[in-house]
Write a protein that binds this ligand. Structure first.
Ligand code: NAD
Length: 483
């Protein structure tokens, strides 16, 4: 019964706050299909309160006058606290979105590194003195925080994607209002006590939960939000870009993908097959960078396809908390329905399912879907053009480098690409002509806080990770002084 479920309120100005008018909504564990907690259903009134709290905290001496070194120390402490609480955070996210516990443990090992990395930048964000062709005038720049940052995140990697926003935003001296996905509020809410223990002043970090149309939209529309950072679907990103554009609010958008994974005849076929399987089936295909379109050069087509489909057919599906499980459920029922619909469309379009394409019987009530490999597909088909965000791979042959570059780039997206070859010159050529924010050669999914990530074309606007992101959370002022 929903009344017995644990219940979370919003976190605003350093306190847990009951929703003004929206009540609570239940969140479902995708492994059992049972609700397991309730979160506050945020509305405009809650968002307004949170943004005002964040603005007040931005102007308060406790944050504004805090030394940069001390700010870095808070972020470092937060990283340490996340490590100390890693197991609980990992389990929470597994219960919330069905990601494998062991995958979450490895994410939790990486997340503190983001806080340490940006902690190191807190005291290195500054302007410069410019000669300006004058001995009479002194011109210098200063790099300032922008104010209140609105951070809106999806359900597939709530902790990691929230970290990618708040670590640089806080390092630069901003305050934040986080709006997690309505499907996965729990792990981010579990960060709240850690923000407090780390010593962030009240109001510097706020969390408002709820649905996109209510809480999300209110955050996008709030006049005191100075910068919006969004990760989610291209459709929502487009709406947010339009809303922010009309008010000239800078916005970072990390959006969807339909990434190509290309194997040439000279590749190490074992590594390539492993990279293809990990590229699409990790997190049950629910990653923005999923290598969902595979192109195999004719000479290795049969061999690699056989390796990939054989592995896909033996992936152990089940409870994501169990150590031997290799594929958990997808995050919620509608998502599985959407995947099923795409598989139906793919078949209707003439694609042939080599393996998968069904709900497996794993003895659990959750939202499981088997790893699916489509052949006989054409890059123009909907299953090859639209983001399915599930464990569904399309495999297509090619003959020449020129041909595969055209096919790989024939998409509205441009998030990532994989290339498998032993030819170094070809690797460099491909890296420069593929229209994608990240290109991996003989590997897939590598990432680091130090390495920038961005989406080309309809995969996004702006940068996350690396040093460039600090520009996204600061504004540059030019000061002239007549000496
Ligand atoms: P989504 O766009 O449905 O929702 C994302 C977030 O936006 C949620 O918090 C949601 O509540 C909120 N939202 C929805 N409508 C809104 C509105 N009108 N105004 C303001 N906020 C609104 O996306 P999703 O289904 O949660 O996530 C999956 C998508 O995220 C996929 O397309 C995936 O590729 C993308 N993604 C991208 C990256 C990246 O780094 N590029 C990373 C992870 C996921």
């Amino acid at each position: 019964m929903s009344t017995e479920l644990p219940r979370y309120e919003h976190y605003i100005a350093g306190e847990w706050v009951a929703p003004a008018e929206g009540g609570y909504f239940a969140s479902t564990n995708p492994t059992t299909a049972q609700p397991w907690y309730e979160a506050a259903r945020g509305t405009e009134a809650d968002v307004d309160r949170a943004v005002r709290a964040a603005r007040a905290a931005f102007e308060a001496a406790s944050w504004r006058d805090l030394s940069q070194t001390a700010r870095g120390r808070l972020l470092r402490r937060l990283g340490d606290l996340i490590t100390e609480n890693a197991e609980d955070l990992a389990r929470t996210e597994t219960l919330d979105n069905g990601k494998l516990l062991r995958e979450m443990r490895s994410q939790l090992a990486g997340i503190p590194e983001y806080f340490y990395y940006y902690a190191g930048y807190a005291d290195k964000i500054h302007g410069e003195v410019i000669p300006a062709n004058s001995t009479k005038l002194l011109n210098y720049t200063q790099r300032e925080p922008v104010g209140v940052v609105g951070a809106i995140t999806p359900w597939n990697s709530p902790l990691m994607l929230t970290t990618a926003k708040i670590a640089p935003a806080l390092a630069a001296g901003n305050t934040v209002v986080i709006k997690p996905s309505e499907h996965t509020s729990a792990s981010v809410l579990k960060l709240v006590p850690l923000f407090e223990q780390a010593g962030f002043p009240p109001g510097v970090v706020n969390v408002v939960t709820g649905f996109g149309a209510d809480a999300g939209n209110a955050l996008v529309e709030h006049p005191q939000v100075a910068k919006l950072s969004f990760t989610g679907s291209t459709a929502t990103g487009s709406r947010i870009a339009a809303a922010c554009g009309s008010r000239f609010v800078p916005v970072t958008l990390e959006l969807g993908g339909k990434s190509p994974n290309i194997v040439f005849d000279d590749a190490d076929t074992d590594s390539a097959a492993m990279g293809i399987v990990a590229g699409i089936f990790a997190a049950a295909g629910q990653t923005c960078i999923a290598g969902s379109r595979v192109f195999l050069q004719r000479g290795v087509y049969d061999e690699v396809l056989e390796k990939v489909s054989a592995r896909a057919a033996t992936i152990k599906i089940g409870d994501p908390l169990e150590p031997e499980t290799e594929l958990g459920p997808v995050a919620f029922g509608d998502q599985r329905d959407k995947i099923e619909e795409y598989v139906r469309i793919g078949r209707e379009e003439g694609g042939r399912v080599l393996t998968g394409g069904e709900r497996p019987d794993v003895g659990l009530d959750g939202y499981f879907y088997s790893p699916t490999v489509f052949v006989d597909t054409d890059n123009g088909m909907r299953v090859c053009q639209e983001e399915i965000f599930g464990p569904v791979l399309t495999v297509m042959p090619f003959d020449t480098e020129e041909e595969v570059v055209a096919l790989a780039n024939d998409t509205t997206y441009g998030l990532a690409a994989g290339v498998w070859t032993r030819d170094l010159a070809r690797a460099h050529r491909l890296a420069s002509v593929l229209e994608a924010g990240t290109v991996w050669v003989n590997t897939y999914r590598a990432m680091s806080p130090m390495s920038p990530r961005s989406g080309f074309k309809q995969s996004g606007v702006g940068i996350e990770h690396g040093t460039e992101v600090l520009r996204e959370y600061t504004r540059l002022k030019s000061v002239w002084i007549n000496t």
